[in-house]
Write a protein that binds this ligand. Structure first.
Ligand code: PMP
Ligand code: GLU
Length: 390
């Protein structure tokens, strides 16, 4: 089969691959704890389910406006205005088939062959792949476990060249949980504006910030820098609505129009009745969201303490998101060297699925999702202890 040349530039998503392998093993009857994929275990909010069900029953099953139903766009804009003072209105929002599709549209709209996107690293697997798919080059800028992967502005500015078209920020970060502080973010946006570079801020985990950790949203700078700031968000994590496939982007009018044009030739619109459910979630699920976030905090504390106590493992608490990113290089020995070998060992010997840090750009770490129950985490910690002390 002769495939397009661009297919040589990307491979299967490493996170989805771990999920696939874990479910294949489960289907064969193997007892696997899947701490690989970042997928909340909570049911979607009842208000969202009821609204989607009603919409289906009422026949809300046709094509919609290509950028998503106006009432949902308005709810998203209203939410960002209330939380962060963002200036956007419904017309500045494109609802997409997950945040992943929003980021894909942005890569397609912004990146020509030879263009560069600056990305703090370790980073989520799809950022560099989408840039490569568009023909551009990701420029990865390391962050360090020494200060819990905080994103600093100076190395990002130093990595910019005349070819830089965008900086892709993800605070809190998947996989590290690191964040950017307000003063760094402000300076970054100012510098992007000066150079005509877009700041694409993926705020999928904006609600998952742990007590005492300062979080800054780029949406709060969009009033001052309307031509520079693009915010991407997701319903998947905040509302535990992964399978509904709903995300969004907001930003400069020309870019919003470009994303809408791409959408008009790709997905047309997100699923009609799912959008009705999302609207109800934004309006009515806040107490549910807060309870989920509180539970994630308890899981984080349990998992981080448990990992840090394992032989050869050191784990710092993530500032946000729901992943632990422990340094596991102290467990490497003999054949079992590197994060891929360790992840394979944990899957084979302990039935625990984790994602190798190499997939995110750091081979000394693995990523462990705590979007699962405390009982599962305790079980996994016990199994890992046994597998690491054999
Ligand atoms: N951005 C980041 C940083 C993520 O971790 C994910 C994973 N879900 C996404 C975007 C995509 O989210 P969605 O399910 O809305 O496509
Ligand atoms: N974002 C989640 C993860 O990193 C879901 C899988 C994906 O889309 O990559 O595990």
């Amino acid at each position: 089969m002769r495939l397009a040349e661009r297919m040589d530039r990307i491979g299967e998503s490493a996170t989805l691959k771990v999920m696939r392998l874990a479910s294949e093993l489960k289907a064969q009857g193997v007892d696997v704890l899947d701490l690989g994929v970042g997928e909340p275990d909570f049911p979607s909010p009842e208000v969202a389910v009821a609204a989607a069900r009603e919409a289906l029953a009422a026949g809300f099953t046709k094509y919609t406006d290509g950028t998503g139903i106006a009432s949902l766009r308005s709810a998203i804009a209203g939410n960002l205005a209330a939380r962060y003072g963002a200036p956007w209105k419904a017309r500045d929002v494109v609802v997409t088939v997950g945040a992943k599709m929003a980021l894909f549209h942005l890569a397609m709209a912004l990146i020509d062959p030879g263009d560069e996107a600056v990305i703090p690293s370790p980073c989520w697997v799809s950022f560099p792949e989408q840039i490569r798919f568009a023909g551009g080059a990701p420029v990865l800028v390391p962050t360090s476990g020494a200060d819990r992967f905080r994103v600093h502005v100076e190395p990002l500015i130093a990595a910019m060249t005349p070819c830089t078209r965008a900086v892709i920020l993800n605070s809190p970060s998947n996989p590290t949980g690191g964040i950017i502080h307000h003063e760094d973010l402000e300076r970054l946006v100012e510098e992007c504006a000066r150079r005509g570079v877009l700041l694409v801020s993926d705020e999928t985990y904006d609600r998952f910030v742990y007590p005492g950790e300062p979080f800054a949203s780029a949406a709060s700078l969009a009033v001052r820098f309307p031509e520079t700031v693009v915010v991407v968000g997701s319903l998947s994590k905040t509302y535990s609505m992964t399978g509904w496939r709903l995300g969004f982007l907001c930003g400069p009018p020309a870019l919003v129009r470009a994303a809408a044009t791409i959408q008009s030739h790709s997905t047309s619109n997100p699923t009609s009745f799912a959008m009705k459910g999302a609207e109800a979630a934004i309006a009515g699920a806040e107490p549910y969201v807060e309870a989920m976030i509180e539970e994630y905090r308890a899981r984080r504390d349990l998992l981080v303490a448990g990992l840090d106590a394992l032989p050869g493992v050191t784990c710092q608490p993530p500032s946000g998101a729901f992943y632990a990113f422990p340094d596991v290089s102290g467990t490497y020995r003999g054949e079992r060297r590197g994060s891929t070998a360790l992840a394979e060992h944990l899957l084979r010997e302990a039935g625990v699925a984790v994602v190798p840090g190499a997939a995110f750009g750091n081979d000394d770490h693995v990523r462990i999702s705590f979007a699962c129950s405390r009982a599962t985490l305790e079980d996994a910690l016990g199994r890992m202890r046994r597998a690491l002390t054999d």
